[in-house]
Ligand binder design. Structure first.
Ligand code: DC
Length: 245
């Protein structure tokens, strides 16, 4: 981060308790919003919640409990078990990143697999799944001081968030990012399959009936197709500093 911004943060915080706000970061899949959100949260000492990880964890639960028959979901059984699906986040002391836990088990790697990516959109269209997740997310954000990323954070989960950002980038840029992310973790990856998955999820996320992906009217738009991670980080920090003024 530039010396200018570091100085500005120090000045903003000097002599007074900094006001805690709610930060909602929405956008398309693999748009880099999680990286931005995580980095900002770490920098300013806020809680970070990846709401997509919660829908992924529900999907993993359904897969591991035989609730998928091909692409078909056993909706009634999932509905009857939704209250038994407990999702939490715990800081990984090595990576300094929050890991996702499903009923007490670390599922951080499993939920990022292509299998889960291919099945998560239909799960996230189910009304009772969304209701349960939104309730948990609102509970997590009660005390403010939170950065949450997802699809409906600025529109449904925290419509009153003081800072809302909507992130986008071209489908090709996003597929390349996910491809590199999976490769770096030593997981199987095929660029064409990923691009197809990105486009399918864009369509499903935007066209679903409940809480479709859309920019909140009062959200700031960021197209980061040609921005580096440090540039995005700096941009977001500036928006945060303005929001707490
Ligand atoms: O951000 P992600 O790709 O990990 O999200 C996984 C899926 O979860 C994605 O297809 C859309 C869905 N999702 C959602 O419907 N609402 C959210 N707030 C976050 C994610």
């Amino acid at each position: 981060m530039s010396a200018f911004l570091i100085e500005k943060i120090k000045k903003t915080g000097k002599g007074k308790k900094m006001k805690k706000i709610t930060i909602a970061i929405d956008g398309f899949s693999s748009s880099g919003k999680s990286t931005m959100a995580k980095d900002l949260a770490k920098e300013i000492g806020y809680i970070y919640i990846d709401s997509g990880a919660m829908y992924r964890a529900v999907t993993l639960y359904a897969m591991e409990h035989g609730l998928f028959n091909g692409d078909e979901i056993d909706v009634e059984t999932l509905k009857s078990r939704i209250q038994d699906i407990h999702i939490s986040f715990r800081l990984d002391l090595d990576t300094q990143r929050p890991d996702t836990y499903l009923n007490g088990v670390n599922v951080e790697n499993k939920i990022r697999s292509m299998d889960v990516s291919a099945k998560v959109s239909p799960i996230s269209t189910l009304g009772f799944v969304r209701e349960a997740m939104v309730r948990q997310q609102q509970e997590m954000g009660k005390a403010k001081g939170i950065v949450m990323d997802g699809r409906d954070i600025g529109t449904t989960v925290f419509p009153d968030a003081e800072l809302k950002v909507f992130v986008t980038a071209s489908p090709e840029t996003r597929a390349k990012r996910r491809y590199e992310e999976l490769k770096a973790k030593g997981q199987e990856a095929d660029y064409d399959d990923i691009l197809k998955n990105v486009k399918e999820r864009d369509y499903m996320d935007q066209s679903r009936e409940i809480s479709p992906l859309r920019k909140a009217d009062d959200a700031m738009l960021l197209d980061n197709s040609i921005m580096s991670i440090p540039q995005q980080k700096e941009w977001l920090m500036k928006q945060y500093l303005q929001a707490i003024q």
